[in-house]
Design a protein around this ligand. Structure first.
Ligand code: HEC
Ligand code: HEC
Length: 410
């Protein structure tokens, strides 16, 4: 056997030093950091908040009907688009596209759905205040399902009358309602709406709202799945013995996430989102109409007949605090968007509200550089992270992916 060379000895000494260094760096959490890290664990997610605006939100038969509707392509102008066309169950209920395609192309990216029952506001700009009322939007959008509320009501009568009445009671008479009718949308639908009396309009609106309520009952069952990060955070909370759960680079990334990176300012709690609205200087997409984000969303939610205070909500007068105390949007809401949950984020590029940023690495470069916003004022400031810290942060984000391949599908 030959004696070890100087080179091998140097290598051995070097790796011993590296081991010592990494063990040190992953062990030393402060009390405050431990509190912050463990507050992000899925085990800290509170029970589903009640939705008083939807009386059937927790009814299993409503969820069964809602699930069927979610996957039914007959609910579209070309019989080819269902909610699941853009919200693919095996892709975290999104579609991997920068901008969604239904019967036409939308101006925004499809959002993942897991855990959105916890969000007081829906859509990137929060222009809806419940899951049931959100679901009505795509059905009447000219570029998503391309239908209208009368058309949907007739479909329910044709294909789902029994299931519908088991949840909501008998359908109202719809024979006199034209095939297409809606106060929004295409000319034929507008004409149809004008031909209806108040009682018929109310009947159509009610069936339409109930379709949303059934779909919402299904969506409430779509929840995030545990990740390797959760195992680490739970172990940190329980015993502090976290050996071997995350790599040193992943732990270093977590340290940047809760520290120097300032990510938990907005990506906090077990869903890693504060479900509020922030301008983070995301660039506009050339060729698309100006997008003012929450500024437009605030105006729309207040005017929405299907909001928490509206005639089709099941909420009592004291149940709609979020909406009642909504402050009119100031300058800080210009181009402000809702941060999506970062759970599973590494597996679903592209990123941001219109898919502006291609890779996770590019997202981190964006935060590090903090460019000025195209409109309004960005809340983020340059971070001065070095290449190692950025790489570590990217590794950490990978630990938020579900361990099982199911991706939240109930
Ligand atoms: C054409 C693709 C498409 C179809 C079809 C579609 N969506 Fe979406 N979904 C999107 C896009 C794009 C957004 C974000 C739009 C925005 O913010 O303006 C979104 C947002 C959402 C959100 C908001 C999530 C959050 O965090 O706020 C929910 C919930 C949702 N969709 C459910 C549905 C349901 C239910 C249906 C069927 C009734 C449906 N979607 C049909 C593309 C689609
Ligand atoms: C001031 C609030 C704020 C801070 C701080 C912040 N984010 Fe975000 N984050 C957002 C908002 C808002 C969006 C969505 C913006 C958009 O689409 O225009 C977002 C989007 C993202 C996305 C893309 C998610 C997706 O599905 O498109 C990732 C990844 C992300 N943030 C990671 C981070 C990391 C890592 C940090 C820390 C370096 C961080 N964020 C700091 C608010 C913030």
């Amino acid at each position: 056997m030959r004696a070890p060379t100087v080179a091998v000895l140097t290598l051995l000494a070097g790796s011993a030093l590296a081991l010592y260094w990494t063990t040190q760096s992953s062990a030393a959490w402060t009390e405050q950091e431990i509190r912050l890290v463990t507050s992000l664990a899925l085990s800290k997610l509170p029970p589903l908040p009640a939705d008083p605006s939807n009386a059937v939100a927790d009814e299993p038969i409503a969820a069964t009907l809602g699930k069927a509707l979610f996957f039914d392509t007959r609910l579209s102008a070309n019989t080819e688009v269902a909610c699941a066309t853009c919200h693919l169950p095996d892709r975290q209920f999104q579609d991997d596209l920068p901008r969604a395609r239904g019967v036409g192309e939308t101006a925004r990216r499809t959002m993942p759905i897991a855990g959105t029952a916890y969000s007081p506001w829906l859509f990137w700009d929060g222009r809806k205040d419940s899951q049931w009322s959100q679901a009505l939007g795509p059905l009447e959008s000219a570029v998503e399902h391309g239908t209208d509320r009368a058309y949907i009501s007739h479909l329910i009568e044709t294909y789902y009358a029994d299931q519908y009445s088991a949840v909501f009671g008998p359908l109202p008479p719809l024979a006199q309602v034209p095939e297409h009718a809606s106060p929004t949308g295409a000319e034929a639908a507008l004409q149809g709406w004008l031909s209806l009396g108040d009682e018929q309009r109310d009947a159509v609106n009610r069936v339409f709202a109930n379709v949303g309520k059934a779909i919402a009952a299904y969506e409430r069952t779509i929840l995030p799945e545990p990740s390797r990060f959760d195992i680490y955070a739970d172990a940190l909370a329980a015993s502090g013995n976290t050996a071997g759960i995350l790599s040193d680079e992943e732990i270093e990334g977590l340290r940047v996430f809760v520290g120097k990176g300032e990510c938990t300012k907005c990506h906090n709690g077990p869903l890693l989102t504060d479900n509020y609205f922030h301008n983070t200087g995301v660039p506009a997409v050339p060729g698309l109409q100006d997008d003012l984000g929450r500024t437009t969303g605030t105006a729309q939610i207040l005017a929405d007949p299907f909001n928490c205070l509206g005639a089709y909500s099941d909420a009592g007068p004291d149940d709609c605090a979020e909406l009642k105390y909504l402050t009119a949007a100031g300058d800080e809401m210009i181009r402000a968007y809702k941060p999506p949950s970062l759970r599973g984020v590494a597996d679903r590029p592209p990123y941001m509200h219109a898919g502006q940023i291609k890779t996770l690495g590019n997202v981190l470069e964006h935060y590090n550089a903090a460019p000025a916003a195209p409109n309004g004022h960005s809340e983020i400031t340059p971070l001065s992270l070095d290449a190692g810290e950025i790489a570590a942060l990217e590794s950490f984000l990978g630990t938020l992916s579900p361990i099982s391949a199911k991706g939240g599908q109930p």
